[in-house]
Design a protein around this ligand. Sequence first.
Ligand SMILES: Nc1ncnc2c1ncn2[C@@H]1O[C@H](COP(=O)(O)OP(=O)(O)OP(=O)(O)O)[C@@H](O)[C@H]1O
Ligand SMILES: [Mg+2]
Length: 505
Amino acid sequence: MTLQMKRIVKSFHENKVLKEVDFTVQKGEIHALLGVNGAGKSTLVKILSGQLQSDSGEIKIGERLVSLSSPHQAIDAGIGIVVQEVDTALFPELTVAENVSIHELVQGPAFFSRRERKKRAKEWLERVGLNISMDRLVSECRLSEKQQIVIAQALARNVQFLILDEPTAPLSEVETKALFQLMIRLKDSGVGIVFISHRLPEIRAICDRVTVLREGRTVLQSEVSELTDDQIVEAMLGKQLLAIQEKSPRQSTTPLLEVQQFYVPKLDKSVTFTLHEGEVLGIAGLVGSGKTEIARALAGQDKSSSLVTIRAKHWKIKHPRKAIEAGICLIPEERRKEGVLVDFPVDQNISLPHLDKITQAGWLDRRKERQLAEKVIEQLSIRTSSSKQSVGLLSGGNQQKVSIGRWLDTDASIYLFDEPTKGIDIGAKVDVFSIISKLAEEKKGILYFTSELNELLTIADRILVLYDGRFIAEKRTNETTLEELMTLATGGNPDGTEHRGSECP
Ligand SMILES: Nc1ncnc2c1ncn2[C@@H]1O[C@H](COP(=O)(O)OP(=O)(O)OP(=O)(O)O)[C@@H](O)[C@H]1O
Ligand SMILES: [Mg+2]
């Protein structure tokens, strides 16, 4: 059976986001939905799951026309979704069991057995491979667990089609593998799956067919096996991807930031390293290895009382303001929570770190603010209807670009990028890399924290491998491989033995 969307049109005010999009997914297949940030992927699947209404077009299941004017109706028609911001789909103050069977709580019979419900919830969660206490509050669950709960919720309602909107962006390797196994089990049991991701290897690993959206139109539909990566990327961008300039590793010996036994409160451990002028130092670590904790502490967010040395001057960075004064800026990982103010327009989000520059005699120069924003919008190709658009209304990837963009023109000398490419498309990734290279040319120092180890081979000069809150290896980029980094970052030893977790010098 086929789920078919035909000539779907959707505008937000004057912004026509979907222009006659066609999309089909069959039962028993995994179908990739691709496109750059802002192409309309989330909008399309929100229409499919009854969260948004299209302006025109039709949706059919088999030969039957269906109306999906609410999430309820979509579920009744057999369509479930795991949204991009999975947090928003759950009740954090209810238990795991209550969330799984929320539909019964809301609509079910007035009388029910709590024990019975818990038992059923447990069965559904076991089907998705989650084994946790049914009484735990959802607010205490990890992101991957929340995803599994939402999937269980959908399965408990017997959905035939399941949409996953960028589910792997926040997951670790192991969690991603587990999710893929679950997707394949569901596919084999006849469920049709729509899968959104910016990572081509993931598409190759599990998808049967692919549809590419560009500027609100369907530009490609095909079997994955019939396409090369270049063809897919070209369909997404509408042009060939400019190759990232091969660089010779930068050689710098002037210390910029010296960190000696620096205490990281949230890890209860100390770290030691040196960052040089004009150097991109990669910090390779999987989800949970301690990257964010180190970045936050260095940016004054967790009140470490250790000293750091910047150009031979000592600093105690106990407050974010102190970090900015010392020339350190952090581009944080969690865009919605800390990266941007979602209720404020793009220009005000971007101007925040620059208020001194654009204020005169206490008056904020709105024209300068707009110019600054427009420059960043152009530099990172941020898709927004204007610089006055509220950031909360941008697509997920474009929100991430705003959170990066606001820091580009500051006087900072040390940049901490925490997983900057999470959720941004392949074209924007190239933009971010070229911006980082430019910062390095200007003799700034960059710490690049990531679990996307392959990115480090492109952008970093030197790499420190972080495992369980400790640096356990140091490599020059041109002297290591992806396999070696992966082995080290997962706690193994490239020569086959397990390392002892000893700290590198
Ligand atoms: N509620 C809304 N109001 C106004 N504009 C919106 C709204 N939701 C989405 N848009 C706009 O629609 C366009 C498409 O957004 P959408 O979220 O569908 O993109 P996407 O393909 O999912 O991108 P990403 O890869 O970044 O998640 C964007 O330009 C976005 O700003
Ligand atoms: Mg999206």
